[in-house]
Design a protein around this ligand. Structure first.
Ligand code: R5P
Length: 278
């Protein structure tokens, strides 16, 4: 791995623990102003001090995040479909690597829809994006997108999709956790894996359990959105996730972190400060 690429990757996956808490706020690219993310600037600001990378589109980055913010950016560079369409897989690359470099991002991310009508196009695009990433020293995160099919995506599917992304050269794979066989998903994927949270669970505890299980079985972190910013206590929630990811906290310990964080007043901050658990 070239120096620049490794350096960018190390800004997101922290060398001290080899792990990462990525905060996903890119949902508007196909969901629009979804619940909790109506005003991205307001949602993002208090969470910034606690994430190792911020995953979003260039529009929200330019409009809602100060250029002085000290946070590595994982830029989503694919899109082209909305929640109103039946076929969410009809995506293409929507942002150039030139613009990603201009934005000084730490990495780029795109969705790959294995098994969909657009499997071929999204896989080939991933290969091309990795070529560009290798040329310019920008890590590529391949996202095993599931569209409206999350419930149907088992370990067999996630293993296939993750492995394909890794074979195309993606430096990190973002996939989903599955209750059975997630260890096989990790074992069959030569690139490090981070897990998305998926739709909001009924309780924060369930999302903490997901993160804990995924990390126990070999994921290097989370790229989590709705279960953080749709929580009634987003800052407390991300602090609990940090405890699991970086401090190897149990779910019970993470709940204690959360309870303590709820008690303390955490003022929104304009700039990044060191995380208490970093
Ligand atoms: C899909 O919209 C994006 O790839 C999200 O970044 C991803 O699904 C992670 O967010 P969540 O934890 O809300 O699933």
């Amino acid at each position: 791995m070239d120096w620049g690429l490794k350096n960018r990757l190390s800004r997101m996956i922290k060398p001290a623990t080899g792990r990462s808490v990525m905060l996903a706020v890119d949902h508007g690219y196909f969901m629009g102003p979804t619940h909790g993310l109506e005003n991205p600037r307001t949602t993002i600001a208090p969470l910034l001090p606690y994430c190792d990378a911020l995953a979003l589109t260039r529009g929200v980055l330019r409009q809602c995040v100060e250029p002085t913010a000290d946070v590595p950016i994982l830029l989503r560079v694919s899109g082209g479909a909305s929640v109103l369409t039946e076929d969410l897989s009809h995506e293409d690359l929507t942002t150039s690597m030139d613009d990603a470099v201009r934005l000084n991002v730490a990495g780029v991310a795109m969705s790959v829809f294995v098994g969909s009508a657009h499997e071929h196009a999204t896989l080939v695009n991933l290969g091309k994006l990795v070529d560009e990433g290798e040329r310019l020293g920008v890590p590529v995160v391949g996202i095993t997108a599931v569209g409206k099919e999350l419930q149907k995506r088992d370990a067999r599917y996630l293993s296939l999709a993750s492995r394909l992304c890794a074979e195309m050269g993606a430096h990190v794979i973002k996939t989903y956790y599955c209750e059975e066989g997630f260890d096989k998903v990790v074992d069959g994927c030569p690139a490090p894996i981070v897990v998305a949270g998926g739709p909001k669970f009924n309780s924060d505890k369930e999302a903490l359990e997901l993160a804990h299980h995924a990390l126990e079985l070999g994921a290097v972190g989370v790229d989590m959105g709705r279960n953080i910013w749709q929580s009634e206590h987003p800052v407390a929630m991300i602090r609990a996730i940090r405890a699991i990811v970086h401090d190897k906290a149990t779910v019970k310990e993470a709940l204690d972190v959360m309870a303590e964080a709820k008690r303390s007043t955490v003022a929104p901050v304009a700039s990044r400060v060191p995380s208490p658990t970093a």
